[in-house]
Write a protein that binds this ligand. Sequence first.
Ligand code: PEP
Ligand code: MG
Length: 582
Amino acid sequence: MLKGIPASPGIAIGKAFLFDTSQLIVNEKDIKQDAIPSEITRFEEALIKTRSEILAIQKKISKEMGTQHAEIFNAHLLVLEDRMLIEEVIEGLKKERKCVEYIFSKVIEKYIKVFSKMNDEYLKERTSDIEDVGKRILKNLIGAQEKTLSDLKEEVIVVAYDLSPSDTANMHKKNVKGFVTDIGGRTSHTAIMAKSLEIPAVVGLENVTARVKAGDMLIVDGADGIVLINPDKTVLKKYEAKQQKFVEFEKTLLNLKDTPATTLDGHRVEISANIELPNEVSSVIAHGAEGIGLYRTEFLYMNRNDVPDEEEQFEAYKKVTTRLPKKPVIIRTLDLGGDKFLSQLKFPHEMNPFLGWRAIRFCLAKPEVFKVQLRAILRASVFGNIKIMFPMISGLGELRQAIKVLEEAKQELRVKKVSFNENIEVGAMIEIPSAALTCDLLAKEVDFFSIGTNDLIQYSLAVDRANEKIAYLYKPTHPAVLRLIKNIIDSGHKENIWVGMCGEMAAETGFVLILLGLGLDEFSMSPVLVPEMKYVISNVRFEDARKVAEEAMKLPTGEEVETFTNKRLNELMPLLKKTKKS
Ligand code: PEP
Ligand code: MG
């Protein structure tokens, strides 16, 4: 039995499939003297093919994003033309008489090592270009397909060192019953995607890839963070029963889907859903969410070689909003960077990507990219109740800059006589401590706040949200976090704006009493978790929640807060624990 971090609830039972995205397998094969010319020809052909691939990507990017973005690929082309590299490979071939992919992989490894140790920052950054091009050439030499999880032929449990958010977005729900990874944290975007796709998952297992062989039978318990390898019959039976129980519990909860979330003493809050892709709206409707509290639009850019243009984005936003008539749909503008990268939009290598060129910072630096999205959102706004939300706002200056670009986008549409909702509401995500501490100022200039606890916690406690080694420090109930949350809610209410939460904290029943008691107006979460939250809220009293929050705010450590609120929840709702665990 391995214990990791619970990432997405549910039980999955199935065969292990080991997925390795990082390495292409290169065999060390001896060749004869007379095979050298044909190996050189293979190498030249791979270089030509790689060159035409890069030129095609460059052309697309240049058309859709402007020449500036496309220029990054010039560095890739230079690597391809590097005489020294080419000659070293040919020399190696003659000297060592091994197949060209083997020789090439050794040469490129040497280059990567040398460049990564350079003192010059510019040259050091070329390492990732060399790595990228090297992989591409190798792939062409071996004739390998790029591995994706979209074309699995049978039902499996995916076992990987790590999965990127785009790997996860690519998963076919039908064939991926569950997944487990060595690294990652509870609020990494990979874990968040698993919840959206309703795939049971455990992350941060540290060495699951070393412990599991392809074809092993696995049980994944996504709620308890447990993975069992080749269990015996008794254990298997036990988990099959647990799986059945989970499915039944979920079904019973669905009866609540059309009930509003109102406490026993009549306090009403809103339960909305977080989505990553437009087709998740079906799940939003099926689980009875009252709208979309967070639409992570960057997923529209993933798993493709180009970037979505204004028309495509407009269609996606229109589709979402028309399927949810009158319901609020909060579209968050592009939040790239951090742990979400795109191969087609090359981001510079950064020491601290979560503290780097991310989200609104990227968008303000690239108004031409930002405005395409803003115009698409504005155009879709006439079809429903769309609101715009800016991520990673650090303070008033940045918020004003974002609003200024939005005004420009509006003006462009007015000039073209394209209609949009002139009164579209604008909100800010509060997920950086500096914003949380100055939200009295921000509240005067927006229509709503949504607290992004996934980031707010990582930034205020200095704990990387995706790092399993320090996951024990990632405490939503830390007094520092609770004080910031209280400040955000109070400041919002003082200016008569509503305050929601779209970080994973809003989805945990263990924290609901505190958040409810502090006066949170809206809870937004993966659609699948909506019914359970409705169940809890409609079975407690607001007055009790208020008292719990008041007491919790006086406790000195996160651990004590957690024990206290869980105890109170069990006392107020003894049935909840029983139904979930028994
Ligand atoms: C958050 O930070 O809490 C949030 C909801 O945004 P994301 O998880 O996409 O960073
Ligand atoms: Mg965030």
